[in-house]
Design a protein around this ligand. Structure first.
Ligand SMILES: Cc1cc2nc3c(=O)[nH]c(=O)nc-3n(C[C@H](O)[C@H](O)[C@H](O)COP(=O)(O)OP(=O)(O)OC[C@H]3O[C@@H](n4cnc5c(N)ncnc54)[C@H](O)[C@@H]3O)c2cc1C
Length: 496
């Protein structure tokens, strides 16, 4: 078994002990002068609230939390950190599932006060907002105009535009509408030395290198995104939402491949297994069938004309694959209730266990049946409950591994099981992450996916943006591969 070198004696992980804040009076006082005393949090309980995000297996206390209220303040905060040689990490809502916001003894820069919608440009179907705006607010603010911000992560009620950009978030409707980068036109970025730049363009075409494509998905290692202009998408004229019920998980996965193979591109195909169905039903009483082995939520949308034919085709394909029952959410309120239950599914697992790690491997859709069978074997092998709720149409799995950190050895078993799940995804021709990012959690797996020369190139790119390595260190690249100090030397050597 390959042991994570960071394992602590308690089973939980602590990356580093934090220094006392008394060690940074100069920095703290400079930060206070930038953002105001009330927006620099230094108390133990406040710091404890920021010691991890939604990835529960690692945590570390930040030195302090600073809450800037404007782009210029973000720049000044970054400059103050650089002057003191202190690392910093941008943080949105902290719903990230890969430990991307953990910053041992550094400054956690919370963007929640950057929460203004700056411009709604209906004629050009775009909107500019600060990046602390919560995802769902973007769509709500234009709902009356028949438009929306299409990326809809299940966390959209809490996660921010900045976190979505940095992790290139997807969601149930990514299948048809694309991930965050497909909806991003331009972004204001505070670089890791405090300089402010704008990348991309509010028009549709990018000239020069596509820096937006790098920063989107850069997991906060290339700078802090303070504002962004995003595309607005028309709400569909008609929507048909189906709940397709199966007594056999293989049949449900077969239906996924059949639907997509038929040429229909549903807006979403989501799957929930028996474990999740029961927990969601306990929480929301939607009427999910507890006896089912799996359900698919299949949504087709588009023009009124032809939508009925699409949903009838989906129903017929599901029946061919052995669906025992198909229900259609007719009223908008019923549809909203169904999606609400699906999007809150992971949260309901908190009723079953104090710890949940949600994996994010991606596999070719055709491999769904065998990979789900193997995950069931891993669950038995490590005596860990694993529930599956995921974006089946994208082959983006989210096995949720339930654990209790108070049980001796359980956290270690979770790590080993996670590793096996990710290896399974890779050996099935898949990748490490569909939307949650690499963060701290999966950085040591990167050499399994990329050869050294590719990782070198990624390190060089990071060093161009972040030569001092102070901006969100220890994320994305393996620790022994991402030393931007050495690479800076390589860069200057290449230049001379
Ligand atoms: C119940 C649940 C369901 C989820 N469902 C989905 C889903 O369907 N699809 C999906 O894609 N994800 C999902 N996630 C994961 C998570 O919500 C997303 O990754 C989200 O985009 C993170 O947003 P955040 O504001 O919480 O970012 P944070 O967790 O605060 O940060 C995430 C990363 O972005 C960086 N960052 C944050 N803000 C900025 C900024 N302004 N500039 C630069 N870097 C920044 C951070 O340093 C960190 O690396 C889910 C999470 C939970 C808990």
């Amino acid at each position: 078994m390959r042991r994570n070198p960071l394992v602590g004696s308690t089973g939980y992980y602590r990356l580093e002990m934090s220094k006392d804040n008394a060690h940074s009076p100069v920095l703290i006082s400079r930060l206070r002068s930038v953002v105001g005393e009330q927006n620099v949090l230094v108390g133990d309980s406040e710091r404890a609230a920021y010691e991890n995000d939604a990835y529960p297996l690692e945590r570390a206390l930040p030195r302090c939390i600073v809450l800037p209220g404007a782009r210029e303040e973000v720049a000044e905060v970054v400059k103050a950190c650089c002057a003191e040689g202190v690392s910093f990490s941008p943080r949105g809502a902290g719903t990230g599932l890969a430990g991307g916001t953990i910053i041992a003894d550094g400054v956690s820069i919370g963007l929640s006060r950057l929460n203004r919608i700056l411009e709604i440009d209906l004629r050009n179907r775009r909107m500019t907002a600060e990046t602390g705006v919560v995802n769902v607010q973007l769509s709500k603010s234009v709902a009356a105009t028949g438009l929306c911000f299409a990326p809809d992560p299940s966390s959209q009620g809490a996660s921010t535009l900045g976190g979505n950009i940095s992790n290139n978030a997807g969601g149930p409707h990514t299948l048809k509408y694309g991930v965050t980068v497909n909806h991003l036109l331009s972004a204001g970025v505070v670089l890791p030395d405090g300089e402010m730049i704008t990348i991309g363009d509010k028009t549709e075409d990018v000239n020069g290198y596509d820096l937006l494509g790098l920063v989107c998905g850069g997991e906060g290692t290339l700078g802090i995104v303070t504002d962004a202009t995003v595309r607005l998408t028309s709400l569909p004229e008609a929507v048909h939402t189906l709940l397709c019920i199966f007594d056999n998980i293989d049949n449900a996965t077969l239906a996924v491949t059949k639907i997509l193979g038929s040429g229909i591109v549903p807006a979403a195909i989501e799957m929930m297994d028996k474990q999740i169905i029961a927990t969601v039903e306990d929480a929301f009483h939607y009427g999910f069938p507890r006896s089912a082995a799996a359900v698919l939520i299949v949504e087709v949308d588009g023009l009124e004309f032809g939508i009925g034919r699409q949903s009838e085709t989906v129903k017929a394909l599901c029946r061919d694959c052995g669906a025992t029952e198909i229900r259609q959410a007719v009223e908008p309120s019923e549809r909203a209730k169904l999606w609400s239950a699906r999007k809150k599914a992971i949260g309901t697992l908190g009723r079953l266990s104090p710890g949940i790690v949600t994996q994010d491997g991606v596999i070719p859709r055709s491999k769904l049946p065998e990979v789900l069978r193997e995950i069931a074997k891993i669950s038995v092998k490590y005596n860990l409950r694993i529930a599956n709720v995921f974006h089946a149409g994208d082959g983006n799995l989210h096995p949720a591994v339930l654990f209790d950190p108070n049980i001796d050895g359980e956290v270690e078993r979770v790590h080993t099981a996670n590793r096996e799940i990710l290896m399974l995804c890779l050996s099935s021709g898949g990748t490490l992450t569909g939307e949650h990012g690499i963060g701290i959690e999966k950085r040591e797996f990167m050499p399994l996916l990329f050869p050294a020369a590719t990782l070198d190139t990624m390190s060089l790119i990071r060093a161009c943006f972040n030569p001092a390595g102070l901006c969100n260190p220890g994320k994305v690249l393996p620790l022994d591969h991402g030393c931007s100090y050495e690479l800076t030397g390589r860069l200057s050597g290449a230049a001379s």
